[in-house]
Design a protein around this ligand. Sequence first.
Ligand code: C5P
Length: 227
Amino acid sequence: MKKIVIAIDGFSSTGKSTVAKLLAKKLNYIYVDTGAMYRAVTYFALENEYIGEGFFKEEELVGRLKEITITFKLNEDLGFAEVYLNGKNIESDIRTLKVSKYVSPVATLSEVRRKLVEQQQLMGKDKGIVMDGRDIGTVVFPEAELKIFMTASAETRAKRRYKELLDRGHELSYDDVLENVTTRDHIDSTREDSPLIKADDAVEIDNSHLTIEEQLETIVDMAEELI
Ligand code: C5P
């Protein structure tokens, strides 16, 4: 059976990763959450106080990028890979609203993008991969055989993210989550390097009113025509 690259891009909290994970499992493909990689760099920046309220020491962060090693390791119990920064499991540390608040400014840095894109291209060189992010179909794998662009209204996305964070025990308000989602979308779509845009050959799926099963079925059908 032919192996392909499946690129899933879209706005924040569209549920890309949920569908991408299930899709990878169904096809027996590798799943890579590239947002986790940008979050890992942001976590490093926060830990070292290179970014925070009202400051961003970009050059200092860039100067230490080579000390950052991001890896993924399968958690057998959870059934998906968790992200590690220099050997430390940071899977839950990167899912906070604090990391979400600073990740988009960090992701505007070309040096950060270059480093992560290179690693992503290596991970997908043998195909058989589902990768989700913002620039997968446009920059990381412009030749991907299947490209999906996920959308949903900002309110739908904020509601989903709010519920997800509450379920994980975070204390926060819906308004903060909505503000984070819309601010990130704005920064991600307007940055100079690799802005979030739909690739010309991507299939757009508005999942505001679709169940996860419906989304999965639609994408599996498209993939099966290509493999
Ligand atoms: O996918 P997730 O919401 O975890 O991504 C976090 C942030 O990482 C995005 O808002 C965006 O700023 C950045 N990102 C990116 N390019 C990617 C994946 C994520 O710029 N391929």
